[in-house]
Design a protein around this ligand. Structure first.
Ligand SMILES: Cc1ncc(COP(=O)(O)O)c(C=O)c1O
Length: 399
């Protein structure tokens, strides 16, 4: 969503004094990305950062102070959210497969907002968390536009959503609203419209039973900046807000919730690596880096995320050639997949540095612990001064 890195990230990208591999993450950049989303949606949507995208404690504290709510999936993430100063009413547990033990933990900590997309989950919530608020998660079956579609396992169909909403109400739960996810790294801002149309039909059907749709959780899916550029955040806000206005005419509009992960943190992180080897094979040139899918957690590379990679020791515009980029392990999966080829300078040699951009999302906790003896790369986190993140809490409660 943004292509100019912060001065701190730029310094890390070129500073040769720090040994590689490492990831540098600038919390100020993540907070700025959060601010851009809030502003683009004209303050009409409450942002609920998806902790799974990057659960740094200092980041959660900064976002909480800025006014973000937090989306969590497990007791571990609930505890982190509380430790960050997020009040229980600012925490939403969106794991529609949480078991009774996990739900009991959430209840004891004061969390009251959950997600369900099955009868089992509604009944479990009614038993373990009586009176809780529940979002019914709708399926999003289109794979269009998303690098990582969230189809199949997640969400229920329209008729089932109506049935679950009524069941929740009969079971003493409070229907918070509908939620969905149009797929991560979603390049098509119009993908929210069919889900909004569906939610509007559901709203009409449940209203006949005296139940109101209070909130719409529009999920995540807003993009980071990778090799294929995506529209600016304002294009998403415009497409979504106008679809909301079409399907839910004012003044009876549900409150909007956004649940971004990637768009908040992706561009705030970089991974700095060194070239270990450049090898010629009959099928092409392979460049082996000291950070890859396993030790730097760059697993998104397996499913359609193509990172931007630069070689800071070589001036822009030098002659290049097509290469396949690989991580350091002796595993064939440790290869950066791409539809188009990566280009590297002709003179690239062992010891040269390479920077992988926008690695702030879904990497810090997915690095495997020591696969092939390579430990997860160190994470250097920049916590900006108080005047950037130290705003008084002002938007922590439920809308
Ligand atoms: C329920 C839920 N909300 C939000 C997100 C964050 O999505 P993204 O990183 O695409 O913004 C995810 C990611 O999988 C999710 O499962």
């Amino acid at each position: 969503m943004k292509t100019t890195p912060s001065p701190w990230l730029t310094r890390n990208a070129t500073d040769r004094s720090r040994p590689t591999p490492f990831t540098a993450f600038d919390i100020g950049e993540a907070v700025a990305a959060y601010d851009r989303l809030v502003a683009a949606f004209e303050e009409r949507a409450r942002v609920q950062y998806a902790v799974k995208a990057r659960p740094d404690q200092a980041l959660l504290t900064a976002l909480t102070r800025r006014g973000s709510a937090l989306d969590v999936a497990s007791p571990g993430e609930i505890q982190q959210a509380l430790d960050a100063g997020c009040p229980p009413e600012g925490i939403a547990c969106s794991n529609a497969f949480a078991d009774a033990r996990e739900l009991a933990f959430a209840r004891e900590k004061g969390v009251t907002v959950f997600t369900a997309d099955s009868t089992t989950m509604v009944e479990r919530l009614a038993t373990v968390c009586p009176g809780a608020s529940v979002f019914v998660r709708l399926a999003h079956e289109h794979t269009t536009g998303a690098a990582l579609p969230l189809t199949g396992r997640f969400g229920c169909q329209e008729g089932e959503a109506v049935r679950l909403a009524l069941l929740a109400a009969r079971s003493g739960l409070h229907l918070a609203g509908m939620s969905w996810h149009v797929g991560s790294q979603q390049h098509d801002p119009t993908q929210w419209e069919p889900a909004l149309a569906r939610a509007a039909r559901i709203a009409r059907r449940i209203r006949r039973h005296g139940i109101t749709l209070e909130r719409l959780n529009l999920g995540g899916g807003f993009p980071g900046t990778y090799r294929t550029s995506a529209p600016p955040v304002e294009a998403y806000a415009h497409a979504i807000l106008s679809a909301v206005d079409r399907h839910f005419p004012r003044p009876h509009q549900p409150h909007l919730v956004l649940e971004p992960g990637r768009a908040v943190v992706a561009d705030a992180g970089i991974t700095v690596t060194s070239v270990k080897a450049v090898v010629e094979r009959p099928c092409g040139t392979y460049v082996i880096l000291d950070a890859g899918l396993w030790n730097a957690g760059l697993l998104d590379s397996l499913c359609g995320i193509e990172y931007r990679v630069t070689f800071p020791g070589h001036p822009e515009g030098v002659a290049t050639r097509p290469v396949t980029l690989c991580g350091p392990t002796c595993d064939s999966l440790d290869t950066f997949t791409t539809d188009s080829v990566y280009q590297a300078p002709l003179a690239l040699a062992p010891g040269d540095r390479s920077v992988i951009w926008s690695t702030g999302a879904y990497c810090s906790t997915s690095a495997l612990v020591g696969f092939n003896g390579y430990p997860p790369v160190p994470q250097h986190v920049h916590v900006p001064p108080d005047d950037v993140t130290g705003q008084p809490p002002d938007r922590n409660g439920a809308p």
